[in-house]
Design a protein around this ligand. Structure first.
Ligand code: PEP
Ligand code: MG
Length: 563
């Protein structure tokens, strides 16, 4: 029997869950100890059987897929798994004396090289080919296939880390919670978990080892606590936490405002039309960030003008007269697009991502802007705002604003995600109508700390005074130009940090819909002057820890139940 253990990580999606674990396995690679092939014919036969097995399991997953596009991808991958050229390549490597897993890897590499040379659609199949390689290798080694396993009962997923594409396809009915050993608090995986309303904790060191016997696990995604093999009193304590939280949330409804009536719009972050429909049912004031690139990911070609228009129209319809802020395509770095690959980059996060990719592929941006304009005409009562990601200069803001306005879009803005845009915000804002601070990226670029690196969590904390100083500068630009500044990074969904942001001058906060109630309740407990005081304390603090403690010390004690 597994002993009870308590592990701590970083809570990234509030809520409690308890249930059996399902382990998401990593790809295993070549078996370093395997013997060279002495009977290539027999080994070839074994590889054929393995690949048949991979194809069959992919077909089975395709049948269960919840979207047409993932179904099509899985079916196409199943066909590729039994491709004759691939099998011939593996036979050839076996005849040269390679062991089975090495033969698979080498043959896949040769095949991938050929596909890359062909370019276009064929080059895009390389990812699928690697998926087949990893699944086949695991089978040969008698290990579970990598990726999210098929769940036979609602479970808590435990993974080293999850790719955004994997997280996006999770079924919230089946996945009770997510625990990762690595992963960052502002990684897109964490963001998607909050989006799906799945309790989640990242950076839970030791979790993989603690669950080797497959026990039940309890998770508090608010504080990032994980209890392996929880006792009855753990269950009672967890229930008590939920009760106190519910009491602190009671009566949190309506428009966002401080206790003395300073208005703060509370908005939802969304990634799909489906999200929009779900979020619109919440008591909130619209969407402050529609991450439109999720429509483009995991596809072989860009969505057409018609498809995009249909999606954006559905999003605007869902929110009626409420505001919807659409961020144009923000691909690159951890969200690569196979059909807009600008080639290998040493540092993709510093490369041609976000607006820079749009400048290299104007066709993609223009189609998107046209689709947004058409959607706006179809839903004239909607309040559509459109903004560009990763803006660093006045010229970029001007370039984007001119293009967006040319299509007739009424409200054009930029995201402030680079220190350059933050410290020159007044100049950047002169070109546009509004700005929204992406604290996830602003934090990554201010602290020179990769947001995907869970180990750098402390540097990436939104409480870092350097980040807060960047936000203050951005808000000063907003005041100087009379243009509204919002926050749509993860920081806005933290009830305590929300008070600081409002004190700094932020007019709207956008977050996972499930976080709105707690943020609204926190605002209602405090006057604007207290928020301003909190902001001053936080920016003037010497360390991130001091900043948070100083703010917590003057916050209403009930607020602690919301954290
Ligand atoms: C951000 O960077 O804070 C942001 C909202 O954009 P994303 O997280 O999608 O990069
Ligand atoms: Mg960003």
């Amino acid at each position: 029997m597994t002993d009870r253990r308590v592990l701590h990580g970083i809570g990234v999606s509030a809520g409690t869950a308890s249930g059996p674990v399902a382990v998401v396995t990593q790809a295993v690679g070549i078996d370093e100890h395997e013997a060279a092939s002495v009977d290539p014919a027999a080994d070839g036969e074994r590889v054929r059987e393995v690949l048949e097995g991979v194809a069959a399991s992919l077909r089975e997953r395709a049948e269960r897929a919840n979207s047409e596009s993932s179904k099509a991808v899985l079916e196409a991958t199943a066909v590729l798994a039994t491709d004759k050229g691939l099998i011939r390549g593996i036979d050839k490597e076996l005849k040269k004396g390679a062991g089975v897993t090495k033969a698979i890897h080498d043959a896949v590499e040769v095949y991938a090289g050929k596909l890359r040379k062909l370019g276009g659609y064929m080059a895009e199949r390389v990812t699928d080919l690697y998926d087949i390689r990893d699944r086949a290798t695991a089978r040969v080694r008698g290990l579970p296939e990598p990726g999210v396993p098929a769940l036979s009962q609602p479970s808590i997923l435990v993974a080293e880390d999850l790719a955004p594409a994997e997280t996006a396809t999770l079924d919230p009915e089946q996945v009770l919670g997510i625990i990762t050993e690595a992963g960052g608090a502002t990684s897109h995986t964490a963001i998607l978990a909050a989006q799906l309303g799945i309790p989640a904790a990242v950076q839970v060191k030791g979790i993989a080892e603690a669950i080797i016997d497959g026990p039940v696990v309890a998770l508090d995604g608010g504080v990032g606590e994980v209890i392996v093999a929880p006792t009855d009193s753990d269950a009672t304590e967890l229930a008590e936490r939920s009760r106190r939280r519910a009491a602190a949330l009671a009566g949190s409804s309506g428009e966002g405002a401080t206790r003395d009536g300073s208005r703060v719009k509370l908005l939802a972050n969304i990634g799909t039309a489906e999200d929009a429909e779900k979020a619109a049912k919440y008591d909130l004031e619209g969407s402050g960030l529609f991450r439109s690139e999720f429509l483009f990911l995991d596809r072989d070609s860009a969505p057409s003008l018609e498809e995009q228009t249909e999606t954006y129209t559905a999003v605007l319809r869902a929110f009626g007269e409420r505001r919807v802020v659409v961020r144009t395509l923000d691909a690159g770095a951890d969200k690569p697009l196979s059909f807009a690959d600008l080639g290998e980059e040493e540092n993709p996060a510093l490369g041609r991502r976000g607006l820079r990719l749009s400048q290299a592929r104007e066709d993609l941006l223009d189609t998107q802007l046209e689709a947004l304009a058409q959607a706006h005409r179809a839903v004239p009562e909607s309040e559509l705002w459109v903004m560009a990601p990763m803006v660093a200069t006045v010229e970029e803001a001007r370039w984007f604003a001119a293009r967006a306005r040319a299509t007739g879009l009424p409200k054009v803005g930029v995201m402030v995600e680079t220190p350059a845009a933050a410290i020159r915000s007044a100049h950047v804002l002169e070109e546009v109508d509004f700005a929204s601070i992406g604290t996830n990226d602003l934090s990554q670029y201010t602290m020179a700390a990769d947001r995907m690196q869970g180990e750098l969590a402390e540097l990436l904390s939104p409480w870092q005074p350097a980040l807060l100083a960047m936000i203050r500068e951005t808000c000063r630009g907003g005041e100087a130009t009379g243009k509204p500044i919002g926050v749509c990074g993860e920081a806005g969904g933290d009830p305590l940090m929300a008070l600081v942001l409002v004190g700094l001058g932020v007019k709207s906060l956008s977050m996972a819909p499930g976080k709105v109630r707690a943020v609204r309740a926190a605002l209602r407990m405090h006057d604007f002057d207290t928020c301003r005081q909190m902001a001053n304390y936080a920016v003037d603090a010497r360390t991130a820890r001091d900043a948070r403690e100083a703010v917590l010390a003057i916050a209403d004690p009930v607020l602690r139940d919301l954290l």
